[in-house]
Design a protein around this ligand. Structure first.
Ligand SMILES: Nc1ncnc2c1ncn2[C@@H]1O[C@H](COP(=O)(O)OP(=O)(O)OP(=O)(O)O)[C@@H](O)[C@H]1O
Ligand code: SF4
Ligand SMILES: [Mg+2]
Length: 639
């Protein structure tokens, strides 16, 4: 296999013939060899290689060459699309060997024929009839039914949940459209493919379902390759445990009315109970207060009226559930509504019982348009370890940011991975020559009122020196919006997160070649802009997680009670990882060059600053902005 790998990655090899600007990178080839070995021996491997190293090809090539069935999981749907629509087709040409690949996303991404049909006949949706008609035409043309594919429906559109299914409302084999169902088709293709591209949310929700003995969505595989693996602990945490949202209850009420109109029009009581439940839900939601927040459930329960309103909601739902039990024999849809009501009631009873369990964090996410109650496990390592043990296949975890101060245990302890090989490959790029780190002298800390005005001035200077071509990465929307307002009149195209979709912003940024992009967390990771279009990355603050996050708070309390130091054990490592990801957007190729701007004075003034500085690539550092000007002038003249 080593021979085949070097035939692909080596000088003048198969990849070089098909990838523009390809140059052999020894780290990439070594990584491919190590992954190939792990695949053949079915072992667990944790592999870190610097941002921009080319990890995607380093795992795709051995996965394809192995002939095994491999599930590849990435952090986001955008990365999934990039892998499936760009990287895999490139390798299909380059390797010239036959293999089948499939893309599989969560069910809410696919158009549901049955729900589209229902929506078309819903008198409340007549104002959307043109769009619904377009969707029907599109449903006959698309192969995948993936709504993001042709931008047929805007993300966040009110129609989205009406034309897609949930595990609760899908009729499965009783569906009149089951023969043409896009989800069944996508799963069938995944069953047959060698390489299946999924995302962490789908992988984790599937594993959580399987461990509860419920249906299986993903096929069995010989190997799992987890890219952007540093995100896995948080995502796994979301899927272990239990939750209930106002949206689920509302959908149950609305589906009940729809199904009643179709299969039991004589049972008007169903409508009455559904209406009463929706009204009790609204009252319960408003008892939680106007403020949008994520807070411990116990502090919500202490608010006046919350407990009573929860009891009222449970009582009205009991009534609805009783009526549904009578109606269940009328049709599959009503039977499902009955089952759903029972499951939701069970969860509501759980939150009502105020059970104390040191292993579970009970919290509420209160928003203007709804709420979710969560019961999240403190520690997922045991659960995750069981998953891995149940699957004796190879597991490959990779990312640019798994180690903190050179050690993997922050990552592996969270997932309970005890036996694994681990390797780190340093970045193939020459940061000494290709980059400069500018640490401006800001006289106030980020909490000071004047801090933002300094960030604005520094941003303006940097944009002028680098002639656009800048990413401004923020830790809060507040800072992002203030800086966006202040930069409204600059001479370069301005792209601001939230003003268009992420993929549109990125493709425009690449096309302009002199644009300025302002983004928060999702732009810190997984974004690949090779070349001069991106020559400056500015980071406004050390990316500490929001201190009001209830899961984080519970972990901090738990550790503190046991004599640990949560700041150094939890908050610093996670901020180091986030910072390394943000910085990793800058240098993506041997010929890239650029300036990194770390604004936060605490990097230099606080004792913990050294943990961050030690985790940076070896870059020349300056505190004088004139050096930045010179850095760009020298490169522009050379070009
Ligand atoms: N050997 C190579 N020569 C030139 N370009 C390459 C080579 N290998 C990969 N690339 C390109 O380099 C860029 C970075 O690759 P990739 O996105 O796989 O990096 P990565 O290691 O996954 O980084 P990150 O950790 O930030 O996700 C891509 O545009 C890719 O097409
Ligand atoms: S099987 Fe489920 S997802 Fe598929 S068309 Fe029917 S209801 Fe929709
Ligand atoms: Mg990557």
């Amino acid at each position: 296999m080593e021979e085949e790998i070097s035939r692909a990655f080596g000088e003048g090899g198969l990849l070089s013939q098909h990838i523009k600007g390809y140059a052999p990178r020894p780290q990439q080839q070594e990584m491919a060899n190590t992954i190939s070995e792990a695949l053949s021996k079915s072992t667990v491997l944790i592999a870190e290689a610097g941002t921009g190293t080319g990890k995607t090809f380093a795992y795709l090539v051995p996965a394809i060459l192995s002939g095994q069935k491999v599930i590849i999981s990435t952090g986001t749907k955008n990365l999934q699309d990039q892998l499936f629509h760009k990287d895999i087709p490139t390798l299909r040409k380059a390797l010239a060997m036959p293999f089948q690949a499939a893309l599989l996303k969560g069910r809410s991404n696919y158009l549901c024929h049955y729900r589209l049909h229902q929506a078309q006949h819903d008198p409340l949706l007549t104002s959307h009839s043109d769009l619904l008609y377009d969707l029907m035409i599109w449903s006959g043309e698309t192969r995948s039914g993936d709504l993001s594919e042709d931008d047929v429906l805007e993300e966040g559109s009110a129609l989205w949940p009406r034309v897609t299914s949930t595990i609760d409302n899908c009729l499965g084999s009783d569906c009149p459209n089951s023969a043409e169902c896009f989800i069944s088709e996508a799963r069938k293709r995944a069953q047959e493919a060698n390489i299946v591209v999924v995302n962490h949310h789908l992988l984790m929700s599937d594993m959580a379902l399987k461990s509860n003995g419920q249906g299986e969505v993903l096929p069995n595989a010989d190997a799992y390759i987890i890219d952007e693996a540093h995100q896995l602990p948080n995502i796994a945490t979301q899927f272990l445990g239990n939750r209930i949202s106002s949206h689920q209850i509302q959908e149950l009420c609305r589906d009940t009315v729809r199904e009643m109109a179709q299969d039991a029009p004589d049972m008007q009581l169903l409508q009455d109970h559904a209406d009463k439940t929706e009204s009790a839900l609204r009252t319960f939601h408003s008892s939680l207060g106007d403020k949008e927040q994520r807070v411990p459930w116990m502090s919500l329960l202490e608010k006046m009226g919350v407990e009573n309103k929860l009891t009222d909601l449970i009582d009205t739902m009991e009534g609805l559930s009783q009526q549904l039990s009578l109606a269940a024999e009328r049709g599959k849809g009503l039977e499902q509504c009955h089952n759903r009501s029972e499951v939701l009631l069970q969860t509501l009873h759980f939150f009502d019982s105020k059970q104390e369990d040191s292993q579970l964090v009970l919290w509420g996410d209160v928003r203007q348009n709804g709420m979710t109650l969560h019961a999240t496990p403190q520690n997922i390592s045991e659960h995750f370890q069981q998953w891995i043990d149940q699957k004796p296949q190879s597991w490959i975890f990779t990312s640019a940011t798994l180690t903190v101060a050179g050690k993997f245990n922050n990552f592996s302890d969270q997932l309970g991975i005890s036996e694994a090989d681990s390797v780190v490959w340093p970045s193939p790029f020459d940061f000494e020559k290709q980059s400069l780190l500018y640490m401006p002298n800001i006289p106030v800390d980020p909490s000071h009122d004047d801090y933002l005005s300094h960030i604005i001035q520094i941003s303006k200077d940097m944009i002028t020196y680098s002639q656009g071509r800048t990413f401004l990465l923020f830790t809060s929307y507040r800072a992002l919006n203030s800086v966006a307002d202040a930069l409204a009149n600059i001479d370069y195209p301005l792209m601001v997160q939230g003003r268009s979709s992420k993929s549109n912003l990125l493709s425009e940024f690449r096309e302009h070649g002199n644009a300025v992009l302002l983004g928060t967390s999702s732009f810190w990771e997984g974004v690949d802009v090779r070349g001069e279009a991106l020559s400056c990355v500015l980071i406004d603050k050390i990316p500490f997680s929001a201190p009001d996050d209830p899961i984080l708070q519970a972990k901090i309390d738990y550790l503190r009670e046991r004599g640990g130091n949560p700041f150094s054990a939890i908050q610093i490592p996670s901020a180091v990882i986030q910072l390394k990801q943000g910085i990793g957007r800058l240098i993506r190729d041997h010929s890239d060059y650029g300036v990194l701007v770390l604004c936060d004075p605490r990097f230099l003034t606080k004792p913990y600053g050294k943990y961050f500085l030690r985790s940076l690539p070896p870059m020349p550092i300056t505190q004088d902005k004139a050096d930045v000007k010179v850095f760009f002038e020298v490169r522009e003249t050379a070009a």
